[in-house]
Design a protein around this ligand. Structure first.
Ligand SMILES: C[S@@+](CC[C@H](N)C(=O)[O-])C[C@H]1O[C@@H](n2cnc3c(N)ncnc32)[C@H](O)[C@@H]1O
Length: 253
């Protein structure tokens, strides 16, 4: 794969999913104290999932402004970053230029119809994407198609057992009353993921629940306490109620 030549393929016109705007995307989600914690824990977990893999050919799907892609590239992997939104990709290209990383290529494409042959990538990563897609199983099938046998698929789910799920109907109502389009969220659990994996030639290799409360836009005292809880280790009971569960699937040989 040629990483020297920068290419953005424009093949989709409309953009959706980032409803509060590309300009604010990083700032609102990942630049507050809680957002920084969320970002750090996700990166830590993704990197721990691929610790045994060196210089892999990685596909980051729905890469957004590239917060995951950049870390993977800094860890010497070759990264192909795909997103529907040209605006998001432009932000990634700016960050790429600043970082002087050569090992990322950006593709403006649709994750439901990837322009890659079967069994091509060692690892596919997709963070904060499947959870917003009503057709998540269709997307998952396409992700697995381009993954090599023995390859890893890493993504996150919103946890059906979390506090967030309890309050989801209230948040939907609030948005409707405010005249806004509610943001679709797919809540799932490990059993459902195991079944989905098995139906699609994969098995669950690891899962880690993170953050009992969504931290961005929380008061700093909450963020402090959440950070302390996170440090107590991955096997604590409250992880079952984590806001997010990070998932690692392995494609069967
Ligand atoms: C919530 S953002 C997550 C971005 C990034 N993965 C992160 O964790 O910060 C979801 C991203 O998925 C992209 N996306 C949504 N549907 C897509 C599709 N069908 N094809 C490609 N990208 C898509 C959006 O443009 C957006 O950048």
């Amino acid at each position: 794969m040629n990483f020297k030549k920068e290419k953005i393929y424009k093949n989709i016109d409309n953009e959706y999913l980032v409803k509060d705007g590309v300009e604010k995307y990083d700032k609102v989600r990942f630049e507050s104290e809680g957002g920084i914690l969320l970002h750090r824990l996700e990166i830590e977990t993704v990197l721990s999932f691929i610790r045994d893999r060196d210089k892999s050919n990685i596909l980051d799907l729905g890469c957004g402004t590239g917060r995951i892609s950049l870390h993977l590239a800094q860890n010497r992997h070759f990264v192909t970053s795909v997103d529907y939104s040209l605006e998001m990709l432009k932000k990634l290209l700016l960050k790429k230029a600043k970082s002087k990383l050569e090992n990322i290529q950006c593709i403006n494409g649709n994750i439901f119809q990837l322009p890659f042959k079967d069994n091509f990538f060692d690892i596919v990563v997709s963070m904060h994407v499947l959870m917003h897609l009503p057709e998540h199983e269709k997307a998952l099938k396409e992700f697995i198609r381009v993954l090599k046998p023995g390859g890893l698929l890493i993504f996150d789910i919103r946890n059906k057992l979390s506090f967030h799920h309890l309050f989801y109907p209230l948040r939907i109502l609030k948005k409707i009353f405010e005249g806004k389009d509610p943001w679709y969220v797919w809540y799932s659990n490990i059993k459902e993921i195991e079944n989905l994996a098995f139906k699609n030639q994969c098995y669950l290799s690891n899962s880690i629940g993170r953050l009992i409360i969504k931290p961005n836009q929380r008061h700093r005292i909450f963020v402090y306490l959440l950070e302390k809880l996170e440090k107590l280790g991955p096997k604590n009971w409250y992880r079952n109620f984590g806001h997010l569960i990070l998932i690692k699937l392995r494609k069967m040989n």
